[in-house]
Design a protein around this ligand. Structure first.
Ligand SMILES: Nc1nc2c(ncn2[C@@H]2O[C@H](COP(=O)(O)OP(=O)(O)OP(=O)(O)O)[C@@H](O)[C@H]2O)c(=O)[nH]1
Length: 418
C-alpha cells in the first residue's frame, strides 16, 4: 500500500536531511552524565588526561596561563582557528613545563592522587560534551536551502498523482514550517523533515473530516444512503461491506437494486443480500431506478428498518443523460447521504470524477476502494481537498470486513511506516 508514494517521501526526507546536516551547528549543551560514553572515550583521552593534570599543576603555579579546553571534532568552524591557536600555545607552555619537571627532583612532580582526581573530572566532562554535541544542534534554513529539495518534492507528489493544487499546498506548508526560524535538532535530522511533511499532509487530508457513525446515530429513521460513481469501481461491493458493518452495530438494513441498467447488477446485489441476510427491493431490468428506490424507502418506513442503501448504475461523468438521470434519482428519493465511490488506483482521474459528480448532485463524501492495491496515494490525499467533501471509508480488499472508516492519523501512519 502506497509504496511508490513512500519512496518519494523517503527521497525528499534524505535530500533535505543532507542539507540540514550540512548547515547544522552544534550548540553548547547541558546534559545528564552519560556513564556509558565515558568508557568509549577512555583510551582516546588518556594522553589528554596526563596533559590536563600537568596543566593544572602548571596553572596553580602560573595563574596567568590560560586554561585551554579541548573540544571534540564537531566544534563549529568559527571556533576551530581560535581553538588551534590556543592548543598550540598550551602545548608550548606544556613542553616548557615538562622540561622543567624533568630537571626537577622526583618529589616535585604532580602527586598521584592529584592526577587521578583530574583524570576523573576531565573524563566525565569530555565524554558528556562529545555525546551532547552530537544530540544538540540547531539549524536555520532559508528559502534558498529548500528550493531544490522542495522542487523535487513537488515533482514526487505530482508523479504520485496528487492534484496540482494539493501538491502546492503541501509544499507551501513544508516550506513555511521549515524556513525562517532556528530549529533545534537532535541526531536524527530526518525527524524534523518528517514532522513537517506529516503535518502538511495531515492538514490536507483532514480538511473536511466527518464522523459517519455519529452522524447516523441521531438521524431520523430510515437513514437513506445512495451510492454513485462510474462502472466497476466497487459501489456494489461497498454497499455489501457497509451493510455488514451496520448489521454488526445492530442496525437493520434494506437494499435497493437501483442499478436497473447493467445486466446482472440486480443479481449481483441479490447475492450479497442473501449472504448477509437482508431484504433487497428490486424491479425488472430497465425499470425506473427512482421508483425502485422509492419503494425501498417505503418498505423501510413500514417495517421500521434503520437504513436504506441504494445502488445506482455506474455512469461516466461525461455522459450527460445518465448524469441527469442520477440527479433525478437523488432529487426524488431525498437521500440523507449521497456517497461517491471510486477506486484509489485511478489517481487523479478519480479526483476529477469526484469533482464532477459533486457538481451534479452534490455528494456528501467519498468511499475510496482498492486502497490495498494503490501504490501512489494521490487520490486518497487529494479527493477531500478538491471536492471539499470528506473521505468516509477506505475499501481495503474484497471481503466484507475490508471497509475502514477513514482516520487521518491512521492514514498518515500508513504513509510513513516502513
Ligand atoms: N482489491 C479490491 N477489490 C475491490 C475492492 N472493492 C471492490 N473490489 C472489486 O472490484 C470489482 C468491481 O466491484 P463492484 O462492486 O462490482 O463495482 P461496481 O461499482 O458496483 O460496478 P458496476 O456495477 O459495474 O457499476 C469487484 O471484482 C470487486 O471485488 C477493494 O476495496 N479492494
Amino acid at each position: 500500500m502506497f509504496n511508490k508514494f513512500k519512496e518519494k517521501l523517503g527521497s525528499f526526507k534524505k535530500a533535505l536531511s543532507r542539507t540540514i546536516d550540512d548547515k547544522a551547528t552544534a550548540i553548547e549543551p547541558i546534559v545528564e552524565p552519560a556513564p556509558e560514553a565515558e568508557e568509549d572515550f577512555e583510551e582516546e583521552i588518556e594522553p589528554y588526561l596526563e596533559e590536563k593534570a600537568l596543566e593544572t599543576s602548571l596553572d596553580e603555579e602560573n595563574p596567568e596561563v590560560e586554561l585551554v579546553e579541548i573540544k571534540p571534532a564537531m566544534a563549529s568552524p568559527e571556533t576551530v582557528g581560535t581553538e588551534d591557536r590556543k592548543k598550540a600555545e598550551y602545548r608550548k607552555k606544556l613542553e616548557e613545563r615538562k622540561k622543567v619537571a624533568e630537571s626537577e627532583p622526583e618529589e616535585e612532580k604532580v602527586p598521584e592522587e592529584k592526577k587521578s582526581f583530574f583524570k576523573k573530572v576531565s573524563k566525565i566532562g569530555f565524554a558528556q560534551k562529545a555525546k551532547a554535541l552530537v544530540f544538540n544542534r540547531e539549524v536555520y534554513l532559508d528559502n534558498k536551502d529548500l528550493e531544490e529539495p522542495l522542487w523535487e518534492l513537488e515533482m514526487g507528489l505530482l508523479e504520485s498523482d496528487l492534484a496540482l493544487s494539493v501538491s502546492e499546498a503541501i509544499v507551501e506548508s513544508v516550506k513555511k514550517q521549515l524556513t525562517g526560524t532556528t530549529k533545534h535538532i537532535g541526531s536524527n535530522t530526518g525527524e524534523i523533515v518528517e514532522a513537517a511533511l506529516k503535518k502538511a499532509i495531515l492538514d490536507v487530508v483532514s480538511a473536511n473530516t466527518f464522523d459517519f457513525d455519529e452522524y447516523v446515530k441521531n438521524k431520523e429513521r430510515p437513514v437513506h444512503i445512495v451510492f454513485v460513481g462510474i462502472n466497476g469501481t466497487g459501489k456494489t461491493t461497498s454497499i455489501a461491506k457497509m451493510t455488514h458493518r451496520l448489521l454488526k452495530s445492530d442496525y437493520s438494513v434494506v437494499l435497493a437494486a437501483g442499478d436497473t441498467f447493467r445486466a446482472g447488477a440486480i443479481d449481483q446485489l441479490g447475492i450479497h443480500a442473501s449472504r448477509l441476510g437482508v431484504k433487497m427491493i428490486k424491479h425488472q431490468p430497465g425499470a425506473d431506478p427512482a421508483a425502485v428506490i422509492y419503494d425501498a424507502v417505503q418498505y423501510a418506513k413500514s417495517h421500521k428498518i434503520d437504513f436504506v442503501l441504494s445502488d445506482t448504475a455506474g455512469r461516466m461523468h461525461t455522459n450527460l443523460n445518465l448524469m441527469s438521470q442520477m440527479e433525478k434519482i437523488c432529487r426524488v428519493s431525498t437521500p440523507d447521504l449521497i456517497i461517491f465511490v471510486d477506486e484509489a488506483v485511478a489517481g487523479n482521474d478519480a479526483v476529477e470524477r469526484a469533482a464532477q459528480f459533486n457538481e451534479a448532485v452534490p455528494i456528501d463524501g467519498s468511499i475510496l476502494t482498492k486502497i490495498d492495491a494503490d501504490a501512489k496515494g494521490g487520490a486518497a490525499i487529494s479527493i477531500a481537498y478538491i471536492t471539499g467533501k470528506p473521505i468516509l471509508f477506505f475499501g481495503m480488499g474484497q471481503g466484507y470486513e475490508d471497509l475502514k472508516k477513514f482516520d487521518p492519523e491512521w492514514f498518515i501512519d500508513q504513509l510513513f511506516n516502513q
